[in-house]
Design a protein around this ligand. Structure first.
Ligand code: TYD
Length: 199
């Protein structure tokens, strides 16, 4: 069986990192090798870009933000994601191109065309096999985050724009599924696993 590239999407505090851990454990228990990773971040350079991107003290234009996200993604695809898939490992990744479409393309208002063109360049066209949107009502997501970083400081209206964009854009993804981010973590993990072709 070919290794799969699985992406988790959703607002901040939707439980993506908890699900990555639970999924990795469940897949390992079935004898599947897994690389768990995240964006922004996932490489040495990416973690430095992440600090700049999330710091509340950073100021930048929306297009600069997109270019940094895309630079991070190119490094990540080349250094981590593609090599892992070529070695035969599954890749579980918190956030990918859909994040840039929802946050920079829609919520920041840059438009989807630019975001798509830059992402195609950055990823060389590598698409996830499955994308799970951990959906949360904006009020719940906003309450959970307590404005820890630059994105979380954007307020409830920003969260609402991101969610609306996510739901609309997920339809355009093959292998896209919405799951209920308010479920207890173990149950949510079972729901996600039920969509995956497992040995
Ligand atoms: P994330 O790691 O999910 O933060 P948290 O651990 O708080 O859930 O993502 C950090 C922020 O980066 C998040 O607010 C969304 C933003 N982001 C974009 O705006 N565009 C992107 O392409 C990516 C990957 C993330």
């Amino acid at each position: 069986m070919r290794p799969l590239f699985v992406v988790l999407e959703g607002p901040d505090a939707s439980g993506k990192s908890t699900q990555l851990e639970l999924l990795e454990r469940a897949l390992n228990a079935r004898g599947i090798a897994v690389v768990s990773t995240r964006e922004p971040g996932g490489t040495a350079l990416g973690e430095r870009l992440r600090e700049i991107l999330l710091a509340r003290s950073s100021t930048m234009h929306p297009l600069t933000e997109l270019l940094l996200m895309v630079a991070d993604r190119h490094e990540h695809v080349e250094e981590v994601i593609r090599p892992a898939l070529e070695r035969g490992s599954w890749v579980l990744c918190s956030r990918y191109v859909l994040s840039s479409m929802a946050y920079q393309g829609v919520a920041r208002g840059l438009g989807l065309e630019r975001v798509q063109a830059l992402n195609t360049m950055a990823t060389g066209g590598l698409r996830p096999d499955f994308t799970f949107l951990l959906d949360l009502p904006p009020e719940v997501a906003f309450d959970r985050t307590r404005e820890r970083d630059r994105f979380e400081g954007e307020g409830l209206a920003f969260y609402a724009r991101v969610r609306e964009a996510y739901v609309r854009l997920l339809d355009t993804q093959s292998g896209g599924h919405i799951v209920d981010g308010t479920l207890p973590p173990d149950l949510l993990c079972q729901r996600i696993l039920a969509h995956l072709p497992l040995p």
